[in-house]
Design a protein around this ligand. Structure first.
Ligand code: FE
Length: 185
């Protein structure tokens, strides 16, 4: 084999290595950017089937602060969440799985520092569990589809229900009305 041919082969190999390493770099970038809310394979605003996903799996999918509230029952500090004094017209979905939870017309101004609603959008939107933690007798509210912790239910709400769904903003996702119509109808 001539020297010229050897150099040709060497250059071809170098080029192939460079192209393949560029390709693998791109793959890595894509994999990283998928790990935000859009990379959540369980999220759906139309599928109402109950999810049975382990916390180990949720940990891979959810942002750390959402995971802490949704799966470890952490509570965001009052007056800090994005929706506690928000008055937009639209629908609130579970930020973990996309389950429809509340309409803005069931939201009321509460002095507690967390977004508060007097009713859910449908009966099975959430489930209720007794919560005796911290020496209190409270009712925990979980998402009816994914079982994520959303907040608590109290009996000091306004008419017509007298209920107060005291929720953590971070596990809610607000969609304004015009966008809601486009996506669900
Ligand atoms: Fe959910």
């Amino acid at each position: 084999m001539s020297m010229k041919n050897l150099i040709k082969i060497f250059v071809t190999i170098l080029f192939a290595v460079a192209v393949s390493s560029m390709a693998s770099c791109q793959n890595k970038t894509e994999a990283t950017s998928m790990k935000d809310s859009t990379g959540n394979p369980y999220y759906s605003r139309t599928d109402t089937s109950v999810l049975n996903v382990t916390n180990a799996e949720w940990k891979k999918v959810l942002p750390e602060d959402v995971y802490a509230v949704a799966r470890e029952k952490d509570t965001e500090r009052p007056f800090t969440g994005k929706y506690w004094d928000f008055t937009g017209l639209g629908t609130y979905y579970c930020a973990v799985c996309g389950n429809k939870l509340f309409r803005s017309d069931a939201k009321f101004a509460s002095s507690c520092g967390w977004p508060s609603f007097f009713e859910t959008v449908r009966k099975n939107a959430v489930i209720y569990l007794p919560d005796d933690s911290y020496g209190m007798n409270r009712t925990e509210v979980q998402c009816g589809r994914c079982g994520s912790h959303l907040g608590h239910l109290f009996d000091d709400g306004p008419p017509p229900t007298g209920k107060r769904f005291c929720m953590n903003s971070i596990v809610l996702e607000f969609v304004p009305d015009d966008t809601t119509h486009q996506k669900t109808e």
